[in-house]
Design a protein around this ligand. Structure first.
Ligand code: AMP
Length: 355
């Protein structure tokens, strides 16, 4: 394992010229926009060419583009990027394009705790983390012959729900499953989906306090997934399945949403427990994270996934959400990240939020 010397790098950085950098995709417009609002320089890492669509959004366009041949090569340019005083903001596509291994060894100060990747990408560890925090996850079905209610079959490492399918019986499962890929079977939880966007600061103590630092709820969304979310326009799912048309779960966008207020105490209880457990297990899930949940008709939460960085579901809220508006007007998750870096720089605590 490459030893990343954050302190050494930071000692050489010009703190007055910190540059917020990310890969040009996913939530980059929001990240650049938020960094700009907090007075940072911004740098967009892009493959092959400058992406023209940024010109259409001048306030979300990075000050500078850094062109690479392949995302996997970003590590090769670490020294050059260090000279630009770069702090990297990881997002889902960043980690995916770079590959988890290259990401964890990237020799650049990175916002958040890279140790979380291990706990998030290994299903068993994720389950251990969330369940030991007291959260309820959907049941896992080990033996497909025992399928007696709707299940969702997920392939390991599949991005954006690609290839996932639902089955109600063993026969349906056997007909659809691709056994050449590792998969697992989960109870399909009936209810409504909420993707909760938290922000954990280990260094600021105002608001909702934890054993160390504080927790915010910045926003929530519901993903728009094709074709499951609109397939009913063509007929019932059962009817369509008879014709061999199966719904898919590929994320295409995000819809803003709020939740009945009486559920908010549970939302904070879950977020708090997840952070406290993460502090115990691996030094904490620092910065933004998202719990992907279903609320059942008994108003109970089932959590089927955690994303331990900024999620694209925060994109509807470039200028704040109904929740962040009550923390500070015009506060996006991208801007909140920039604020955390600004605060840590001012108080000489950058090494507590970067890895
Ligand atoms: P994931 O890649 O695990 O986030 O799942 C992709 C999508 O499948 C989610 O956004 C949900 O719409 C749906 N989904 C995943 N797990 C479940 C579950 N256990 N019950 C119901 N829907 C689920």
């Amino acid at each position: 394992m490459v030893k990343i010397d954050i302190n050494g790098m930071l000692a050489n950085y010009d703190k007055k010229k910190l540059t917020i950098a990310t890969v040009c995709s996913h939530s980059s417009l929001q990240i650049f926009n938020g960094a700009r609002k907090e007075g940072f320089k911004t740098l967009g890492i892009s493959v092959g060419e400058v992406k023209k669509f940024y010109n259409a959004f001048p306030l979300g366009k990075p000050d500078e583009f850094f062109i690479v041949d392949k995302y996997k090569d970003i590590g090769k340019y670490a020294e050059e990027l260090q000279e630009k005083n770069v702090i990297v903001i990881p997002h889902g596509s960043f980690v995916e394009y770079l590959g988890p291994k290259n990401f964890s060894t990237l020799n650049l100060p990175t916002f958040g705790n890279r140790a979380v990747l291990d706990w998030e990408s290994d299903r068993r560890k994720e389950k251990r983390w969330l369940e030991s925090a007291g959260l309820t996850m959907p049941k896992q079905i080990k033996n497909p012959k025992k399928i007696d209610k709707p299940v969702i079959v997920k392939y390991h490492g599949a991005k954006g729900g690609k290839g996932f399918f639902v089955a109600k019986t063993y026969e349906e499962f056997a007909k659809r499953v691709d056994k050449s890929k590792p998969y697992f079977i989960q109870e399909f939880v009936m209810g409504t989906r909420y993707y909760l966007h938290y922000f954990y600061s280990p260094i600021q103590n105002d608001g909702y306090k934890l054993s160390k630092g504080s927790l915010q709820l910045l926003s929530m969304d519901r993903r728009d997934e094709t074709t499951i979310d609109e397939v009913q326009r063509l007929g019932s799912i059962a009817e369509l399945e008879e014709l061999g048309i199966h719904p898919t779960f590929v994320v295409t966008g995000n819809i803003p949403i709020v939740m009945r207020e009486s559920l908010l105490p549970q939302v904070f209880k879950m977020g708090e427990a997840v952070v406290e457990k993460s502090l115990e297990l691996f030094g904490g899930v620092l910065g933004p994270f998202c719990l992907e949940t279903v609320v059942t008709e008994d108003l109970e939460f089932r959590v089927f996934e955690i994303s331990a960085r900024i999620v694209a579901g925060t994109n509807p809220y470039t200028s704040g959400s109904p929740y962040s508006e009550m923390i500070q007007p015009d506060l996006s998750t991208g801007r909140r990240i920039a604020q955390e870096i600004k605060y840590a720089t001012k108080h000489n605590r950058l090494k507590e939020i970067l890895t």
